[in-house]
Design a protein around this ligand. Structure first.
Ligand code: A2P
Length: 284
């Protein structure tokens, strides 16, 4: 990977740009609008959002307002919120997302969490009916790729048991200190591309002394080291920022290579911060 527009290839042949612009915790309105405009100017062409982030409208406005990239060049992801799981609800929620984003199609749509609080009893059945709606939207050409988020191997196995089309992506929390090896290996075995949410550990790992020391060797900061680490592990990082200087530096990760030894050190670091969410136990 040498630039923001370089791509990984999904199992269905769709190309996905190697760094996505994260928007979790980016408020709707001027902040989201300006962040997306800044990202597009810097050269990001991959945007990651979700219905629950509440910012789809402003992201849609910024995409519509831009004359830098065409819709075809962009890769836009959204996610189905927990309370909308189930066949009919999914179809309705997808229509709202597309309307808010002001798009004709989505590049990638993900089931946001495997076991919403209100579906703990019958989550396997629920996942299957939700996935049926995803398959329908995919077959109709309304989504170019379909996948999941926060799925551990047992959630993926349950989904795949009744699936006609296998998920192409799993977006999980991944950063130094939280490497989710079992899930990564499972996904690699099944040709499911991994996306890394909170590749900077929501900002909490940026002062870690081990990462700091390694980053200085490459004349980079810790955020850049974490993003590069994701890429070298073949994960798509989705760094979030609303600060133009950071949006720019987070894209400046193509002029250095982390050595094998340093990759090993980072790969085996112990937990040093993040969201702390467990997909089997979420309270929402
Ligand atoms: P902000 O959006 O105010 O610029 P993650 O992507 O892991 O969830 O991390 C997002 C957090 O990290 C946000 O608080 C964001 O702040 C901050 N952040 C993003 N990029 C950088 C950077 N290059 N340097 C320092 N903090 C950053």
């Amino acid at each position: 990977m040498n630039k923001l527009s370089d791509c990984f290839i999904l199992s269905n042949g769709v190309e996905i740009p190697c760094i996505g612009f994260g928007t979790w915790q980016t408020p709707n309105g001027e902040i989201a609008f300006n962040a997306i405009k800044a990202a597009l100017e810097i050269g990001y062409i991959h945007i990651d959002t979700a219905a629950i982030y509440g910012n789809e409208k402003s992201i849609g406005d910024a995409v519509k307002d831009n004359d830098i990239v065409s819709r075809k060049e962009l890769f836009i992801t959204s996610k189905l919120w927990n309370s909308n799981q189930g066949y009919e609800n999914t179809l309705t929620a997808f229509d709202k997302t597309i309307k808010d984003l002001q798009l004709k199609y989505l590049d990638l749509y993900l089931i946001h969490w495997p076991i919403p609080k209100d579906f703990r009893e019958n989550w396997q059945k629920n996942i299957s009916s939700t996935w049926k709606a995803f398959e329908k939207l995919y077959k109709e050409g309304k989504i170019r790729a379909i996948g999941v988020s926060n799925f551990l191997p047992h959630h993926l196995s349950a989904l795949m048991k009744n699936a006609e089309i296998e998920p192409m992506v799993n977006q999980i929390e991944l950063h130094p200190g939280q490497t989710q090896n079992e899930t990564v290996l499972f996904c690699q075995k099944h040709n499911i591309l991994i996306e890394a949410w909170s590749p900077l550990g929501t900002g909490k790992i940026l002062s870690n002394p081990i990462l700091k020391k390694i980053s200085l060797k490459y004349n980079k900061n810790v955020a850049q080291l974490c993003i590069r680490w994701s890429l070298q592990n073949s994960f798509i990082p989705l760094p979030k920022s609303v600060t133009p200087s950071r949006i720019s530096e987070n894209a400046n990760v193509f002029d250095f290579e982390i050595s094998r030894d340093d990759m090993d050190t980072i790969n085996t670091m112990s937990y040093c911060g993040g969201s702390g969410l467990n997909p089997d136990n979420i309270d929402f």
